[in-house]
Write a protein that binds this ligand. Structure first.
Ligand SMILES: [Zn+2]
Length: 465
């Protein structure tokens, strides 16, 4: 089964053929760690995690790098305001990022290079750009001269002269620039700002250079897949291509073969922005919803389409997962990799078709429907199939009982799991003693607390409503 991916470069769906099938390389732009990550930034993490899982099933080795931007003007300003170093601040938020993304059941990337650990590689690439006549030094800055790159604009499909005209309207024509479209590779640092020694004096990198330099250093001159949000196509990824190709001899190396971009996430129909006040962090959402609900909601739309993030979307994702976990009651937690089923192949074919996750979720529900009709060993086998199918997209890896007992962090402080189990035991005893009034009273008391009881041949189960 071949994998087809939409390539922003060609604007077409293409069959994915890696340079080296023994080791596929993928890079995704990671977070700038000065704050908790917002839900819009979680979308590419979940999308490319789903792709990472797919590639791992098809190739023996996948090297997936996702960087951490730990030096940047926003980080510098936040650290200064807190009276701490950028390392202290970025360590704290990198840790929070890992916790939050872990809650969304994303696998750690193979490597996670940090910008400040790779300044040498950036200086080396900037020097190569100067040596090849694509960059120049001016007033302590080093700038990439966009007009020297005939290919510039090929990813965003913009014409160079239009961009230069556009840039001169938008951007300050800084005195150190030869042309308004030129972008910063290196800038000087005053004594109160983080800085590193370089051939151009003490300074710090511009944002774009870290990704192309770390790709060359940690992955290869040419990599298979580069991903990120649509908002990064221009200028960030356009600039990465300019840096990543022009630092080598002309025409020598392609930088990235497949460029993939996910669509925007809108909040209640509006683009998310701090100024509109519709800015949610993943951490805030995790107070109210299980991480798996957030992941499921992010997979309900095709990754290239915009996703409208609403409370209804989350409630419907929760209801969908309740149905799927309902089919996994009493199912073993362990994955049985050996299990096969035509629906698994169907699900995989949707993933191979440019990650068509809405169709994948439909297959999960069809499988749950089959389970609900089955019994005995046939049921157990189908449950194993559903577990494996869920794992393909990072879902359904919990014990079903634990799923139904989940409660929002903000509402904790009510009845504990132990309290509930004790009341259920008391109710069972009351029934045995034919004290049905007490048994009914316990059921009603629990219902008042949002605990729903369900009597089954295996005993009484309960769910937090
Ligand atoms: Zn990047």
């Amino acid at each position: 089964m071949s994998i087809q991916l939409y390539n922003t470069l060609s604007q077409k769906k293409e069959v994915f053929t890696p340079i080296n099938p023994d080791e596929v390389t993928m890079y995704v732009c990671g977070p700038t760690v000065y704050n908790f990550v917002h839900i819009g930034n979680a979308r590419p993490v979940v999308i490319f995690d789903t792709l990472f899982r797919l590639l791992q099933r098809h190739y023996p080795s996948v090297k997936y790098a996702r960087n951490i931007t730990d030096v940047d003007d926003k980080i510098n300003a936040a650290a200064k305001a807190n009276g701490e170093t950028i390392r202290e601040l970025s360590e704290r938020y990198a840790l929070a990022y890992h916790e939050d993304m872990g809650q969304l059941n994303t696998l750690p990337p193979t490597l996670e290079p940090r910008a400040t650990d790779n300044i040498d590689a950036m200086i080396e690439q900037i020097q190569a750009l100067i040596d090849h006549g694509h960059a120049y030094e001016s007033e302590g800055h080093v700038l990439f001269q966009v007009s020297t790159d005939k290919e510039y604009g090929k990813l965003s499909h913009r014409k160079l002269d239009e961009m230069i005209a556009g840039a001169s309207e938008r951007v300050d024509e800084a005195s150190y620039k030869k042309e308004p479209a030129d972008f910063v590779l290196w800038k000087p640092s005053t004594d109160d700002l983080p800085g590193w020694d370089s051939p151009w004096g003490r300074g710090r990198p511009g944002w774009h250079i870290e990704c192309s330099a770390m790709i060359n250093k940690h992955l290869a001159k040419t990599i298979d897949i580069h991903g990120g949000g649509q908002d990064l196509i221009f200028p960030h990824h356009e600039n990465e291509i300019a840096q990543g190709t022009c630092c080598h001899n002309e025409g020598e190396e392609q930088f990235v073969r497949y460029w993939m971009h996910n669509g925007y996430l809108n909040i209640d129909g509006e683009k998310m922005s701090k100024s509109l006040g519709n800015f949610f962090t993943v951490r805030e959402l995790l107070e109210l919803w299980p991480g798996e609900v957030i992941r499921y909601a992010l997979l309900t739309a095709h990754y290239r389409k915009p996703l409208d993030w609403t409370k209804d979307l989350l409630a419907s994702a929760k209801a969908s997962l309740d149905r799927l976990y309902g089919a996994l009651r009493d199912a073993p937690l362990d994955l049985d990799d050996s299990v096969e089923h035509p629906m698994l192949s169907e699900l995989e074919s949707h993933l191979c078709d440019d990650l068509s996750t809405p169709q994948v979720l439909a297959v999960l529900h069809a499988l749950a429907g089959e389970i609900n009709k089955a019994d005995g060993n046939a049921k157990v086998q189908l449950q194993k199939v559903l577990r494996k199918a869920g794992d393909f997209v990072g879902l359904l890896n919990q014990d079903a009982d634990a799923w139904f007992k989940w409660q929002p962090a903000g509402q904790q402080g009510g009845l504990s799991d132990g309290d509930i189990d004790a009341l259920i035991a008391e109710r069972a005893q009351a029934k045995k003693d034919k004290n049905f009034a007490r048994a009914d009273q316990i059921r009603a008391e629990l219902k008042d607390q949002g605990i729903i009881l369900e009597d089954s041949p295996e005993g009484t189960r309960w769910t937090r409503d």
